[in-house]
Design a protein around this ligand. Structure first.
Ligand SMILES: NC(=O)c1ccc[n+]([C@@H]2O[C@H](COP(=O)([O-])OP(=O)(O)OC[C@H]3O[C@@H](n4cnc5c(N)ncnc54)[C@H](OP(=O)(O)O)[C@@H]3O)[C@@H](O)[C@H]2O)c1
Length: 221
């Protein structure tokens, strides 16, 4: 499989890149192509130190990365997602995975802040679908902590709930998720279900703070 991670230089991008590189070609996207190349080299070194072999990871500008992968992961901070989508052209043949969680921190803790578009509340995944006009948008990875992904000494044992309008789109994303050892995809429902998936992240962060837990995640039993 070939996966482009837009904003792949960030925390989640790093974790996903290192795990996906076990069995996929990974393209790290950034606003700055030199940064993308240098971060890709760092990921290659970390992977090699842990696994004793070279992974296939390359870095380039987001605008180029988006045309390379069969999977496009949009790993961008929620605050800049609307502007980021302005210039984004994605071929309809790609499967677009959106892990973005719009949330804010207040004195009380973390809370979910969906996007407001023409008086309507939209999840991040729905915003992406409305802006890029593709039906192959998938919502997922919200509850997988980046720091656990990035630590290749640790095994994973998490469920990843996924929303997608078409079951075939879900199956395509599920194949990628299953390729990461220890992650199990679960179909949550159509893309609007992302309105319930994305708030799980602020919930987990509140649980972490209130119970002094380190990077909790989810497993359905
Ligand atoms: N961190 C987690 O544990 C986690 C878990 C689940 C979901 N998520 C979600 O995944 C997304 C990425 O999280 P993250 O923690 O990896 O974020 P991050 O490290 O803060 O940022 C990711 C990348 O976004 C790019 N970026 C920053 N500002 C930008 C702008 N104005 N325009 C375009 N690109 C910009 C940067 O790449 P360049 O500077 O190289 O362009 C940066 O490396 C977020 O939406 C978050 O809600 C995170």
């Amino acid at each position: 499989m070939k996966v482009s991670i837009l904003g792949g230089t960030g925390d989640l991008g790093k974790g996903l890149a290192l795990r996906l590189a076990e069995s996929s070609d990974v393209i790290i996207g950034s606003r700055d192509p030199e940064k993308a190349k240098s971060i890709a080299d760092q990921y290659i070194s970390e992977f090699r130190a842990s696994r004793g072999r070279n992974p296939n990871i390359v870095g380039m500008q987001n605008s180029e990365a988006v045309s390379r992968g069969e999977y496009i992961i949009i790993s961008i901070p929620f605050e800049v997602l609307p502007q980021f989508l302005d210039g984004l052209v994605v071929d309809a043949s790609r499967t677009v995975i959106v892990p973005v969680v719009p949330m804010k921190k207040t004195k009380e803790g973390f809370s979910y802040v969906p996007y407001q578009v023409n008086g309507q509340q939209l999840s991040a995944a729905e915003l992406v679908r409305s802006r890029i006009g593709s039906q192959s948008v998938v919502s997922g990875f919200h509850t997988v902590p980046a720091m656990r992904l990035a630590d290749l000494t640790q095994g994973l044992d998490y469920d990843v709930m996924v929303a997608a309008d078409e079951k075939a789109t879900y199956e395509k994303a599920a194949e990628l998720i299953r390729s990461i050892s220890g992650l199990k995809p679960i179909y949550a429902g159509k893309l609007y279900t992302s309105r319930y998936l994305e708030p799980l992240t602020p919930l987990l962060l509140n649980v972490a703070i209130n119970n002094k837990l380190h990077a909790p995640s989810l497993k359905i039993v």
